[in-house]
Design a protein around this ligand. Structure first.
Ligand code: 13P
Length: 252
């Protein structure tokens, strides 16, 4: 089964509007001919509308970095799936390690958000990943298993098929310490086997699993060549035109 490679840029809390629009203007231009790879950028929620507008005539989709799981109401500071759809968003990153570890998001929050995003028709990019201490203690698989199993509680098979998972070892995020292609492949295969156990082979084979953590234009090709690595969730290297374009093109 062949899965389309999916490269997404997670801008995190970076870039002001002029910088964001300049970046997407150039990306749109330089990635115009790329047909075989799915591409997205995930700006701050303040700018998703303008970025989506600028990319509306392009092959680059727009994702949000977070969402709340309720449809509307008294939830000061939160944004709903309906609002994101309204302004042209297609994907939502959920359970990023910075949200889990800095903003105390729990496995249960991630599950509620995953269910809400799927119900809305948006595509979730569900992030999982172990801390350095957990890897060193030999508990990587336990941590990943619990994050994956809880993220997809009450998610039906037809919806699971639409999910994207991002494996982002926390020790590799923003550290320049990328997982080796073999380390990434090992966890990706482990995740795919977990999905297979619950949903069967066909669905497990169709779910895309991105790798994230210090991906750049020099290491992307080797990581993306692994059979169970179906794309990348890129942080720092997605903030500039040249490295992001090179990462996308290294998947061709
Ligand atoms: P870096 O690519 O900056 O390590 O960030 C990865 C990440 O967290 C993407 O979501």
């Amino acid at each position: 089964m062949s899965r389309r490679i999916f490269i997404a840029g997670n801008w995190k809390m970076n870039l002001l509007l002029v910088e964001a629009l300049e970046l997407v203007g150039k990306l749109k231009e330089q990635l115009r001919d790329v047909k075989a790879v799915d591409i997205a950028v995930c700006p701050s929620s303040v700018y998703v509308q303008q970025v989506a507008k600028s990319l509306s005539d392009s092959n680059i989709g727009v994702g949000a970095q977070n969402v709340y799981y309720r449809e509307k109401g008294a939830f000061t500071g939160e944004v709903s799936t309906g609002m994101l759809i309204d302004v042209g968003v297609k994907y939502v990153i959920l359970g990023h390690s910075e949200r889990r570890h800095i903003l105390n998001e729990t496995n249960e929050d991630v599950n509620l958000k995953t269910q809400a995003v799927l119900a809305s028709g948006l595509t979730p990019i569900v992030c999982v990943g172990e801390l350095l201490a957990e890897r060193e203690a030999g508990t990587t698989e336990l941590v990943i298993k619990s994050q994956i199993e809880s993220a997809f509680v009450n998610v039906a098979a037809a919806d699971m098929k639409k999910c994207v998972i991002a494996y982002e070892p926390v020790w590799a995020i923003g550290t320049g310490k990328v997982a080796t292609p073999d380390q990434a492949e090992e966890v990706h295969l482990f995740i795919r086997n977990l999905i297979e156990k619950k949903y069967g082979k066909d669905i497990a084979e169709s779910v895309r699993i991105q790798y994230g953590g210090s991906v750049n234009d020099e290491n992307a090709k080797e990581i993306l060549a692994k059979p169970n690595v179906d794309g990348a969730l890129v942080g720092g290297a997605s903030l500039k035109v040249e490295p992001f374009v090179k990462i996308v093109k290294s998947a061709l």
